[in-house]
Design a protein around this ligand. Sequence first.
Ligand code: 5GP
Length: 182
Amino acid sequence: MSGNEVTLHDKTFSVFINAEEIKVLTQKVAAQIESDLAGECPIFIGVLNGAVFFVTDLLRELKMDCELGFIGVSSYDGMKSKGKVTLNLPLEGGISGRTVVLVEDIVDSGLTLQFLLENMDEAKPKALKTAALLYKPDAFKGNYKVDYIGKEIPNDFVVGYGLDYNGIGRNLKDIYKLKQTT
Ligand code: 5GP
């Protein structure tokens, strides 16, 4: 096995996006947000657990005033989206009248963000924006637009930098994709 590969449980993955590229993508998303939301003090809400690394790195690239919170949901079971989303934690503190940016590691079917957007809209924020490091356009089933995207990727299963395979792999610095075994 080469240094460009990693085995998690029963699967082998190869490097897809390295740490340097992740940093460049994060800086690009930060620049988009600063230009679009200039003069605002947004609340960034990271979707747990996957977005924990991306949202904290993203905020360290921002020079604007901002707040940070987290919300917990789950929709993945192994390597398949379960297609439904469960809200694990109620959001503390109000978002009424505030500009909110929901931050995801990856948008796949888009159902997680759709569920959050629909629920949080009831709290009457001033604006509700979405940001994701990775976006799978071929898998997307949402009826909204993801506002800030690091990179569009094919419909492959990826791990690392917050993304897990059955619980492990989140701590990998690079992002890996499932190796095809044909
Ligand atoms: P969606 O609701 O958009 O289908 O999925 C959102 C969540 O599913 C993401 O926040 C992430 O936790 C998980 N997910 C989606 N695609 C992948 C993937 O390729 N790899 C991993 N590890 N998780 C994924």
